[in-house]
Design a protein around this ligand. Structure first.
Ligand SMILES: [Zn+2]
Length: 68
């Protein structure tokens, strides 16, 4: 089974969130935390100190289809 590399333009999504540890708006990294029935729960972590700066639940309405 071979997989084609998928374009990962979403990784370019850069955002600043207030970090409680750094005490200023820092660039954050989005990480998938949990897969819930209502959507995927993401966590935003500071790229400097790795503290959690925020959470978000995204609806997963673009489910990948498997073609046999
Ligand atoms: Zn930080």
């Amino acid at each position: 089974m071979t997989r084609k590399p998928q374009p990962s333009f979403t990784q370019l999504e850069a955002s600043l969130l207030f970090c409680p540890k750094c005490r200023e708006a820092m660039p954050v990294r989005k990480q998938l935390l949990l897969i819930l029935p209502e959507g995927n729960k993401f966590e935003y972590r500071c790229t400097t100190c790795a503290s959690t700066c925020g959470e978000k639940i995204e609806q997963d309405d673009d489910k990948p289809r498997i073609l046999m």
